[in-house]
Design a protein around this ligand. Structure first.
Ligand code: GSH
Length: 362
C-alpha cells in the first residue's frame, strides 16, 4: 500500500492527501515524527522535507509535484492535467502560484495572529510528541515550529509588508469566491493540478488554522466550500469534467492577472539572479536554497525577500509547456493572455534548474 508521510499542519502534505483521495488511491498516512525523520525521511529521501511518498515497491519520493506526477503515470485515469492547451497552461500557472506564492499569506496569517500561532504550536507538538501531555506537546511544538515562524522575513513577510499581503489575500478571496460561486473547481467539474497548488496554502493554513478558517468562511464562503470538496474523501465519486472546448472561465482571468502582477516579476528576477549565480560559481553544480535578495512589490508596497531557485523549477513547467506549443495552440493560448503576460512567458530562461536526488542542480 502507498504510505504518505507528513502531518496535518503541513501545507504540501495537504496537497498530496487531497490528490490521493480524488484518485481513489488507497494509502496509509504516517505522521512525520522525529523517529520517522531519523529512520526513513533523512536516510531515504536525503532531505528534511515532507511530504514523502513510499510506494508499494518501496520507492521513496519527496516533493508534492514529483509525487503527483509519479502517481499520474501509475494511475492515468481521470488525469489532473487537462489536455487542452489553454486549460493546461492555466492549471500549471496556478499550481506555481499556490505552491510558491500563496505561502506568503499562509505563513503571515499562521504566525502573526495569536490564535493561529497558538494552535499551530500545539499542532507541531502533536506531530513531534504524539501521546504526550498538552504541556509537553506545547513545549515541543514551540521548539519544532521555531524555524518555520522564523522564516517569515526570508519570504519578505514583515510588519512593513503585512498590510499589503492582507489586502492582496482578501482581494484574492473575493475573486475566488466569485469563481467558486459558479464552478466546483478551477476549470469546471474536475480538479486540475492548479487546484492542488492552491489547496496547500488554502487548506492547511488558511482554512484549518482557526482564525483564518473563520475569515475564509465569513468572507468567502464559496472558497470554504471548494476547500471542503477538495478535502472530502468522497471527492473521487465526482464524475465531472473540465469545461468543454478548452474554455477558461472569465472568473479566472483576474486571478491569472494577479499572479502575473505579483509573482511573475519575482520569478523573472530570480531567473536573472540564477544566471548571475551560475556565472559566479562555475564549479558548483548544486544550487543553494536561496541565491541572494530581491526587491518585490505588492500594490504600492516594496520589500525584500530571498530569491529561491526552486521556484524556477516550478515556473519552468509552465514556461516550457508554453514555449513548446505549436503555432495553432500558441494562438489559442494567447487569446487568454495579454501581451505582457505572453512576453513574460516567452522570456528565455538562460539558466535552468533540475532536481536530482531531491536536490536542485544547474
Ligand atoms: N516543494 C516541496 C516543499 C516541501 C516543504 O517545504 N515542506 C515543508 C512542510 S509543508 C517542510 O518540510 N519544510 C521543512 C523545511 O523547510 O526545512 C514539495 O512540494 O514537497
Amino acid at each position: 500500500m502507498y504510505q504518505l508521510i507528513g502531518a496535518p499542519v503541513s501545507l504540501y502534505t495537504g496537497k498530496v492527501r487531497c490528490y490521493l483521495q480524488f484518485k481513489g488511491i488507497t494509502f496509509k498516512e504516517i505522521l512525520s515524527t522525529p523517529q520517522v525523520y531519523k529512520e526513513l525521511i533523512i536516510p531515504r529521501a536525503g532531505v528534511r522535507y515532507i511530504p514523502v511518498l513510499v510506494t508499494p515497491d518501496d520507492q521513496v519520493i519527496q516533493d508534492s509535484t514529483d509525487i503527483i506526477d509519479h502517481l499520474e503515470r501509475a494511475f492515468p485515469q481521470r488525469s489532473v492535467y487537462p489536455e487542452g492547451s489553454r486549460q493546461k497552461l492555466v492549471a500549471l500557472l496556478l499550481e506555481v502560484y499556490g505552491d510558491e506564492w500563496l505561502v506568503n499569506p499562509a505563513m503571515l496569517y499562521r504566525w502573526a495572529i495569536d490564535e493561529n500561532r497558538e494552535f499551530a504550536i500545539q499542532e507541531f507538538g502533536r506531530t513531534r510528541l504524539p501521546g504526550a501531555s498538552d504541556e509537553e506537546q506545547y513545549a515541543a511544538g514551540l521548539e519544532a515550529s521555531g524555524p518555520f515562524a522564523g522564516a517569515l522575513p526570508r519570504l519578505g513577510v514583515t510588519d512593513h509588508s503585512r498590510p499589503a499581503i492582507e489586502h492582496s489575500y482578501l482581494a484574492l478571496l473575493d475573486e475566488l469566491n466569485v469563481h467558486f460561486s459558479s464552478y466546483d473547481y478551477l476549470l469546471g467539474g474536475k480538479p486540475c493540478i492548479g487546484d492542488y497548488g492552491l489547496i496547500g496554502p488554502l487548506y492547511a493554513h488558511l482554512y484549518r488554522d482557526p482564525a483564518s478558517g473563520r475569515l475564509m468562511r465569513d468572507h468567502a464562503p464559496h472558497v470554504a466550500s471548494w476547500v471542503e470538496r477538495m478535502i472530502s474523501p468522497d471527492a473521487h465519486h465526482n464524475k465531472g469534467d473540465y469545461l468543454a472546448d478548452d474554455q477558461i472561465p472569465d472568473t479566472l482571468l483576474p486571478i491569472i492577472a494577479r499572479m502575473f502582477d505579483e509573482q511573475v516579476p519575482v520569478l523573472l528576477e530570480t531567473a536573472r539572479l540564477l544566471e548571475q549565480w551560475t556565472q559566479a560559481n562555475p564549479g558548483s553544480n548544486e544550487i543553494p536554497r536561496a541565491i541572494g535578495t530581491l526587491h518585490y512589490r505588492l500594490g504600492d508596497m516594496e520589500d525584500e525577500r530571498l530569491a529561491f531557485p526552486y521556484n524556477l523549477w516550478m515556473w519552468q513547467r509552465a514556461h516550457d509547456f508554453y514555449n513548446g506549443l505549436g503555432a495553432d495552440d500558441r494562438k489559442a493560448v494567447d487569446t487568454v493572455l495579454n501581451n505582457e503576460q505572453a512576453q513574460a512567458l516567452s522570456t528565455p530562461l538562460t539558466a535552468r534548474v533540475q532536481r536530482r536526488g531531491n536536490r536542485l542542480e544547474r
